[in-house]
Design a protein around this ligand. Sequence first.
Ligand code: NAD
Length: 301
Amino acid sequence: MKIIVCDKTESEAIEKMRSAGLDVDVRDTITPEELPDVLPGYDGMVVRSRTKVRQALLEKCPNLKLIVRGGVGLDTIDVEFARSKGIAVMNTPLASTDSVAELTIGLMFALARSIVQATTSMKAEKWDKKSFEGDEIGGKTLGVIGLGNIGKGVAARAKALGMTVVAYDPYAKNTGDTKVVSNLDELIKVADYITLHMPKTSETAGMIGAAQFDMMKNGVRIVNCGRGGIVDEVALSAALTSGKVAGAALDVFAEEPPTDWSLVKLPNVICSPHIGASTKEGQGRVGMEVADIVINFSKNQ
Ligand code: NAD
């Protein structure tokens, strides 16, 4: 099988595929303009989040049999169209779970203790102890919206830190001993921290908006390592400015990179450029899982 790797992928994974006899071309800087001319020559493609695989591109590739997305979401691929054409679409759902769960917990601590703001203050040569009285997270209630792999990972870690965990996920399976509420409002009203771990769909887009912020506890803190656009950013800005929301930690944004930086610049916002899965361990697992998927697929051809 001829495979094109369109986004940065660990060299060990490339070697593993080649050692299994696959013809692998690494074109990890290929542009959307170049792809329609190049892709028809391949049986399979490997992408991460950079390369978008839309219907118009797929229509030009009648021989394509496999798309592997290294990572969790498949929102960068027109999955239904691809599958309707007999193209297998696969991802690596578990490889990033621990990395994203750990970042989420790290951001919660950073919010509780203003770690980023305190660092910024000291770099400006200030010794401002009074501004940085924080909160302990032990004993607080964490609302987990989306109790899938990452949500469960966050819930387990939060419980180990002495938090009470309440979750909302109408489709969750195997929720274990986590208390799951059937109504989002129930979670929103009791949570000191709210963390989001669901995909962006027509149902979840804008799910946390002005009406939800109004219902929240005063001084609630929000973490979004899920997807941008699940939280209405205009409503979030207003809630942060009024003090209803004490702080927000954002790894994902409605537009990436943002063109309007006003939310990011609010003093009670801390943020990172969609790095939830970016750890050496996570990336290594993604690469190896991608290689295994491609190799197993090729064996059945
Ligand atoms: P998952 O599929 O295991 O879990 C997603 C959960 O969301 C499921 O349990 C599903 O039932 C739930 N869900 C769907 N619709 C919902 C709704 N309307 N209300 C509440 N819950 C709903 O996926 P995962 O591995 O846990 O990843 C969760 C999300 O994290 C992904 O969808 C992706 O958007 C995001 N993610 C972000 C990064 C990052 O770098 N920040 C990395 C990986 C994944």
